[in-house]
Design a protein around this ligand. Structure first.
Ligand code: AMP
Ligand code: GLY
Length: 429
């Protein structure tokens, strides 16, 4: 089978790494990919958002399956583009439809959907510029901290939590009046604050049935002790010790089943991944957000724990035979530590030569922002540079191996959090 994988992060390297282990894989292309994916398959310099170019490439290279990594092509309707084209509609596309992608593309849509299907989430109200005075009144009527969310896609920066009312009013003004997030901020969702510990649950769907993939916890802040600005993710652990059978059963009954039923009821086509961002509030799960893709860096710990054939799962998803697929999960813990560029998530430099990768044998190193320079050296090419994943029966051991190996990788300005997983120790009895 010839496969085209769209995306360029650690998530895509992890998917490529696993797909390569499938006996059914013939050719693997990654658009645009990174230096890591190019070692596994062939990178092709195509934008995942340029649908006509993707169409031409898919037809020319006789691609049988397209796997969509990031959300933006889904929100822009790549699945619908394939279905509407007579030459493409029989190609297996792993990714949700534009309507289903609204679960990620519009926080207001996601909130209304959850209310309709009684899926537990924080209470909220949505406002536009014309309701500005009401929005201010609403903020003043609820307790701090205040959670303000730009409705649309804002590159992971659209959620702001403010401790005091003056800060919250300023954020509201920035989004609605000063259009800080452009059209993504035409609506603002004001959420009640949920106090608890977060985790992410992943579901593969085929439009009829679903499989729950390993859950994970990621570390969003740049600084140790969850301080400083949000990033794409600085590390992840799977499984999550507090996500025991009782908790996961609540997630399935209260969230996953009503969500899948809601999509069915609304005639919303869905074949792909659902990523459910959850808050565990005293043992009760509440949805913080939906995404329509796999998480990054969560994929770098989920995928190494899936023992069964991933390409076979994708085929089952595309053919709506997922109920027959047997997913096998490794019970060991996977831990990943993300190495980033100095300055990330703000401004950072690129092009720093990376050395020491050849010394790593006890971890899997997934590339994120990397390229190979003209002299054949690996070099940095993004904020998040590498993900160092290790697996062990003991969670702390898995973390320690990743930390040791993170030390051995050298480039100018390397930074990583040394406290990944330390908050989970108390649950890991
Ligand atoms: P999101 O992009 O919706 O995942 O939000 C980014 C981060 O904001 C989440 O990972 C949470 O840490 C935080 N957050 C979002 N909504 C809430 C909420 N209702 N209560 C507490 N924290 C929240
Ligand atoms: N790890 C967070 C995300 O993928 O959005």
């Amino acid at each position: 089978m010839n496969v085209l994988l769209l995306g360029s992060g650690g998530r895509e390297h992890a998917l490529a790494w696993k797909l390569k282990q499938s006996p059914d894989l013939k050719e693997l292309w990654i658009a645009p990919g990174n230096a890591g994916t190019n070692e596994i398959g062939k990178n092709i310099d195509l934008s995942p958002l340029n649908f006509p170019e993707i169409r031409d490439f898919v037809l020319e290279k006789k691609i049988d399956m397209v796997i969509v990594g990031p959300e933006e092509p889904l929100v822009r309707g790549i699945q619908n583009f394939f279905l509407d084209n007579k030459n493409l509609k029989n190609i297996k596309l792993i990714g949700l439809s534009k309507q289903a992608a609204m679960l990620e593309g519009s926080k207001d849509f996601a909130k209304s959907f959850m209310k309709r299907y009684k899926i537990p989430t924080a209470n909220h109200k949505t406002f536009t510029l014309k309701d500005f005075p009401e929005a201010i009144n609403y903020l003043n009527s609820i307790e701090p901290p205040y959670v303000l969310k730009a409705d649309g896609l804002a590159g992971g920066k659209g959620v702001i939590v403010c401790k005091n009312i003056s800060g919250a009013e300023k954020v509201l003004e920035d989004i609605l009046k000063n259009r800080k997030f452009g059209s993504a901020g035409e609506k603002v969702v004001i959420d009640h604050f949920l106090e608890g510990i977060e985790l992410s649950v992943f579901v593969a769907t085929d439009g009829k049935s679903y499989k729950i993939l390993p859950e994970a916890k990621d570390y969003k802040n740049i600084g140790e002790g969850d301080t400083g600005p949000n990033t794409g993710g600085m590390g992840a652990i799977s499984p999550v010790p507090f996500a025991d059978k009782i908790f996961m059963n609540k997630v399935e009954e209260r969230i996953i089943k009503p969500l899948i039923n809601g999509l069915k009821n609304g005639n919303i086509d869905y074949k792909g991944f659902l990523y459910i961002g959850l808050m565990n509030v005293n043992g009760e799960p509440f949805v913080i957000e939906f995404n329509v893709r796999l998480g990054d860096p969560e994929t770098e710990v989920i995928i190494p724990r899936i023992k069964s054939d991933l390409l076979e799962m994708f085929v089952a998803m595309a053919d709506q035979k997922l109920s027959k697929y047997k997913i096998e999960i490794d019970e060991r813990t996977a831990a990943t530590v993300i190495l980033v560029s100095q300055g990330y998530p703000d401004k950072y430099e690129k092009g720093k030569i990376i050395s020491g990768l050849e010394n790593i044998t006890s971890s899997i190193v997934f590339h994120a922002g990397t390229f190979k320079d003209i002299n054949g050296n690996f070099a940095t090419n993004g904020g998040r540079v590498l993900a160092v994943t290790s697996i062990d029966y003991d969670m702390q051991k898995a973390i320690d191996i990743s930390m040791e190996n993170a030390k051995k990788i050298i480039y100018e300005g390397k930074y990583y959090r040394k406290d990944i997983g330390s908050d989970l120790q108390k649950y890991n009895l």
